[in-house]
Design a protein around this ligand. Structure first.
Ligand SMILES: Cc1ncc(COP(=O)(O)O)c(C=O)c1O
Length: 364
């Protein structure tokens, strides 16, 4: 392999941030995004078609795909929805094609990598604004003429904190900017029937597009962009991550409908909130920046080695947890991203917190 590539790998090794694949079979899940345990739910009447046979524009369209999109539009109370194979594809597809040359994208500095990658493929100019800072966003908006897109997440994937969406929507309106909200981690668990935070705040009509994903709380795979009929038509025509890829199988679309319907039940969401409450009551919440109702609870340690050691010891004690380093988070913001689930037992949560507290004291 080219020595430049080896050098990059070695640099990560030296920094202690080299990534490798692992699995956590038989361990207690405190790291998956399966917040409600829906990935293990049996679904019925699923289509027998396990392959879509082509892209949506060739042979991959199906009654199941069309049904799924109609269902999502009415469930999320929006004019149109378009399913992508993943949230990564949805964000790449949107940001690489909708903002045009001469337009500007303002994005929260903590926005997900998939939005950033979409922006890198776009001909529009882009600038980040300070995380959740209304002042910084307003000051950037004042300096820009022309078409502006604002990209935020409603529940941030690493820190588990919420965006001030209402204030951002107000600013977007004041400056005539288009607001795009990635609800990857919020849909399924936040708001009435899990419809997300935008819906909960009655902002549906004030948001240009929402990105929802099915691989997290819904326990499946895929994503959808929710917006207008014109936006859908545009994406079908121009979003390359929609056009040039084999569609999900009819089976997958059918399962998505059932899982989203299943998530209307408040039982798991209530249990999830009780578990989050228990976790936070046992932890020193000063070390946690995450929102009190977020299933993502980031214990920020701010040091690669200490984070690594804590993760290792917890894993040895059979807790499936993941250390998060740069470049996923900024240097100095390394930590353990704990995901709480509806199915974690009180005993598991108590035991995790006890272990974190003992190990944190030892590690210093
Ligand atoms: C905020 C956010 N958006 C988009 C994605 C991508 O979604 P998917 O995993 O479906 O590709 C993720 C996944 O990590 C995410 O956290």
């Amino acid at each position: 392999m080219d020595s430049k590539l080896t050098d990059k790998l070695n640099k990560r090794k030296i920094e202690g941030t080299l990534r490798s694949l692992s699995f956590f079979d038989g361990m207690i899940d405190f790291c998956s995004n399966d917040y409600l345990g829906l990935s293990k739910i049996e679904t019925s009447n699923i289509s027998n078609n396990h392959g879509s046979t082509g892209s949506r524009l060739i042979s991959g369209n199906s009654i199941e795909a069309e049904n799924c999109e109609s269902f999502l539009s009415s469930f999320f109370i929006v004019d149109a929805s378009l399913v992508f194979n993943s949230g990564y594809d949805a964000n790449i597809g949107f940001f690489s094609t909708v903002p045009q040359r001469g337009d500007v994208i303002l994005y929260d500095e903590k926005i997900h990598a998939s939005v950033r990658d979409g922006i890198r493929l776009s001909f529009a100019k882009s600038f980040s604004f300070e995380h959740n800072s209304i002042e910084d966003l307003a000051s950037k908006l004042r300096q820009i003429n022309g078409v502006v897109y604002i990209a935020i997440e409603s529940l941030y994937s690493m820190d588990g904190d919420l965006a001030p969406i209402e204030e951002i929507a107000e600013l977007a309106e004041k400056f005539g900017a288009y607001l795009i909200v990635d609800e990857a981690h919020a849909c399924g668990i936040m708001g009435q029937n899990g419809k997300g935070i935008v819906d909960h705040l009655s902002l549906n009509s004030r948001v240009f597009a929402r990105v929802i994903t099915f691989g997290k709380a819904y326990g499946s795979h895929g994503a959808a962009i929710l917006g207008s009929l014109k936006l859908k038509e545009f994406l079908i025509n121009f979003a390359r991550s929609f056009i040039y890829t084999t569609a999900l199988s009819p089976n997958s679309y059918a399962r998505i409908i059932q899982l989203v319907e299943r998530s209307e039940s408040e039982v798991e969401r209530k249990k999830l909130q009780e578990n989050i409450l228990l976790f936070r009551s046992l932890m020193d919440v000063n070390s946690i920046y995450s929102n009190e109702i977020s299933p993502i609870q980031m214990i920020r340690i701010g040091d690669v080695l200490k984070t690594k050691n804590l993760a290792l010891v917890l894993q040895q004690n059979l807790f499936a947890v993941k250390a998060i380093y740069s470049p996923t988070v900024k240097r100095g913001e390394e930590g353990i991203r704990i995901c709480i689930h509806s199915f974690n037992t009180n005993e598991e949560i108590r035991s995790l917190c006890k272990n974190i507290s003992i190990q944190s004291t030892l590690i210093g």
